[in-house]
Design a protein around this ligand. Structure first.
Ligand code: HEM
Length: 263
């Protein structure tokens, strides 16, 4: 199963161009929905206005070299390792899901555009597609069943679903149905494989068609915010926030009543 290219098998009954147009449609949906989301929330307008305002209170002017260094450090640390989630399980689950999804998407595009014309896909590519989906499932289900704030801190049951769950659930559905489709297809379970293919297509439509209503766009907003925060830290403007207090951290005994959790 791990070396199966499910798209090549599908290309025997469906033109490869149909799959390619589907991928292009999904990319367009992300671009258009994120643009609409920005217009609606006006978050980017706020972001730039705030950055301009903060620049006025900058203590030092950053040279282009220093700016580049801050941005590169933010990409390598804050973004690539989701450092804002601290050192806990939450970060590990997110990193697994994030890299899993990126690998799953990139390999899907490579398989659909390069290996649906009858040529055999290298096994590292097909196994990466499956590995990406499995990593997404491990990180995502871990988050869904145990780590969500309303589950771990507010003791709501794991099956309570709200609109904010659209992103994680659609992402999990894509990875799960993609794996189930490949498994049933490689085992010649024809009826089931078509069922999972339909579910895989529907979950992709929900994931990419739901960008406007889901948390999908955080993968663009979060890196932008992290870069701005670190630049503001480096030039001393600190986003117009006061510096940390020059006093010992004494919070009283109450702080020890409950173990802090990483959110
Ligand atoms: C392909 C890229 C990414 C994927 C697939 C992804 C996936 C996810 C998922 C599924 C969630 C849970 C959503 C929910 O609360 O229901 C999440 C939350 C979160 N993501 Fe991402 N993410 C990506 C990129 C990023 C980046 C680049 C950052 C930061 C630099 C980031 C920071 C966060 C944070 C802080 C949360 C809240 C986590 C929590 O409540 O435990 N994500 N992400």
């Amino acid at each position: 199963m791990l070396t199966n290219n499910p798209f090549a098998e599908l290309a025997l009954s469906l033109p490869a161009t149909a799959m390619q147009y589907f991928v292009i449609l999904m990319i367009l949906l992300v671009i258009i929905s994120t643009g609409l989301d920005m217009l609606h929330k006006k978050n980017v307008v706020y972001f730039f206005r705030n950055a301009k305002k903060a620049k006025k209170s900058a203590k030092t002017e950053l040279s282009p070299g220093k700016k580049t260094a801050v941005i590169l450090k933010t990409v390598a640390h804050d973004i690539a390792t989701t450092s804002e989630l601290g050192m806990g399980k939450r970060r590990l689950a997110h990193v697994l899901g994030m890299y899993g999804t990126v690998i799953f998407w990139i390999t899907s595009v490579l398989l659909i555009f390069n290996y649906t014309d009858g040529s055999v896909a290298p096994s590292y590519l097909t196994s990466s597609w499956h590995a990406g989906a499995i990593m997404t499932c491990i990180g995502g289900y871990w988050f869904w069943f145990f780590l969500r704030v309303d589950v771990s801190a507010e003791a709501h049951p794991w099956y309570r679903i709200i609109t904010a769950d659209l992103f994680v659930l659609a992402l999990l559905a894509c990875a799960t149905f993609g794996l189930a489709w490949s498994y049933t297809q490689s085992n010649n379970m024809i009826g089931l494989s078509y069922l999972f293919l339909i579910l895989y297509i529907v979950s992709n439509l929900v994931l990419f068609g739901g960008v406007y209503w889901s948390k999908f766009a955080h993968m663009f907003y979060k890196p932008g915010a992290a870069i701005q925060k670190n630049l503001a830290e480096a030039d001393g403007s600190r986003d117009n926030l006061p510096p940390p207090a020059d006093a010992p951290e004494q919070f009283g005994l109450g702080i020890k009543r409950e173990q802090p959790k990483h959110y």
